[in-house]
Write a protein that binds this ligand. Structure first.
Ligand SMILES: NC(=O)c1ccc[n+]([C@@H]2O[C@H](COP(=O)([O-])OP(=O)(O)OC[C@H]3O[C@@H](n4cnc5c(N)ncnc54)[C@H](O)[C@@H]3O)[C@@H](O)[C@H]2O)c1
Length: 372
């Protein structure tokens, strides 16, 4: 039985803790929870009296636990993750890995040295439409990737949401806006499917909200093989879109919301272009469609897609099976996010890898700007 503690029992951590407590995860049990808010601990104790409660995460190493789920606000992810990995206790961290790639590198070094397992909550990788896209691309069916377009405008957040305050939507509280909070999921999916860009040129804006961080982003991404990508995100469109198009030399993947369409060419575009004797060209195609639906999706809607990541993490600990996402991969989406913020700030293209200290200096200035 894998013995868990959950650090941070706010909205997300409470769901993780209750799933573990109510035996939703085979082979796992909840031993303890930790939060700096004593009222949350008291409330939790009422529904789970035998679970130990702590106000300081450092005290958890004195009890018998195998793994910790870190579900605090982003700025604490790095410090808490490193503490447990250094003490050889496995960590499943909520996204984002942390706020800056300088810290991400420190965590990754620590994970390399630790004998414990490190995973990250990239639950959208369990969505069958993205998992199928990954298979199609990895198996070479799509051919060379030529163009990528991701439009993520379905994370509508009102001024009322922001007025609730707390750590959200500020440079000081979470190190950014829609990108680091919501879109980190999609940016992980993007890099998981097509790899890292070699350069980024981006503009970030704040549209119709009184917040100091962005809720509107357009980024142009360039890849090593010459492919170009466009990433668009917004949190102010009432009829938002969640769409990904990846065009390759042998076909095209279109994921619209929870539906995947894979158009596969009978001959690659290179072959078609070499043969046609007219100004235009056509090719026979086959079309595959799958949806994120049915019982699989019903379960996710009931208990949270994140439960699948906790299950996989538990199995990885007990049987050595594969993680949904290695925690060290958290640096990739974070690099794109820091790169977008840096490009916007300096109003220039950013080559990857870039100097993480340069981004840290920008972040410090952005935080200072909020003090006025
Ligand atoms: N995977 C997902 O889809 C998903 C969804 C929602 C939130 N999250 C992530 O989960 C994290 C928490 O988000 P939330 O919405 O639950 O926030 P929240 O503010 O509701 O909860 C955070 C909790 O952490 C506690 N906390 C703060 N510092 C602490 C510390 N040093 N030690 C112990 N407890 C501490 C707070 O008191 C609070 O109870 C964020 O990083 C967020 O990005 C992930």
């Amino acid at each position: 039985m894998i013995k868990y503690a959950v650090v941070g029992i706010g909205r997300m951590g409470h769901i993780h803790a209750m799933n573990l407590y109510s035996s939703m995860v085979d082979g796992a049990t909840l031993v303890a929870v930790c939060d700096i808010d004593d009222n949350k601990l008291k409330r939790f104790k009422l529904s789970a009296p035998e679970v130990l409660t702590f106000g300081n995460y450092k005290e958890l190493i004195a009890i018998d636990i195998d793994a910790v789920i870190v579900a605090t606000p982003h700025y604490q992810h790095g410090e808490i993750t490193r503490y447990f990995l250094e003490n050889n206790i496995s960590v499943l961290s909520e996204k984002p890995q942390c706020v800056s790639i300088t810290e991400s590198k420190l965590i990754n070094e620590c994970a390399e040295k630790s004998g414990a397992l490190y995973g990250i909550m990239y639950n959208q990788r369990t969505n069958p439409v993205y998992a199928r896209a990954k298979e199609i691309i990895s198996s070479g069916l799509l051919g060379d990737i030529r163009r990528v377009e991701m439009v993520v405008t379905h994370w509508y957040r009102s001024q009322f949401y922001y007025n609730q305050g707390g750590w959200r939507a500020s440079w000081r509280g979470e190190g950014g806006g829609i990108l680091i909070n919501q879109c980190v999921h999609q940016l992980d999916i993007l890099q998981w499917l097509v790899g890292m860009p070699k350069s980024i040129r981006a503009k970030c804006k704040t549209v119709n909200r009184s917040i100091s961080v962005e809720n509107d982003v357009t980024a142009v991404l360039e890849y090593d093989n010459g492919a170009m990508g466009v990433f668009v995100a917004s949190g102010h469109e009432l009829s938002g879109t969640n769409r990904l198009e990846i065009a390759g030399s042998n076909g095209k993947i279109v994921i619209d919301d929870f539906n995947l369409k894979f158009i596969q060419y009978a001959h690659s575009e290179v072959e078609v272009n070499a043969c046609v004797t007219a100004g235009y060209g056509e090719v026979e195609t086959t079309v595959e469609r799958i949806s994120y639906s049915g019982e699989y999706r019903d379960r996710d809607e009931k208990y949270g897609q994140q439960l699948r990541v906790v299950e996989a993490f538990t199995n990885a600990l007990s049987e050595g099976s594969q993680l949904i996402a290695d925690g060290k991969e958290g640096i990739n989406a974070l690099t794109i996010i820091n790169g977008i913020y840096l490009s916007n700030y300096i109003n220039q293209s950013v080559e990857i890898p870039f100097d993480s200290n340069q981004y840290d200096q920008v972040l410090t200035k952005l935080k200072k700007g909020e003090e006025k």
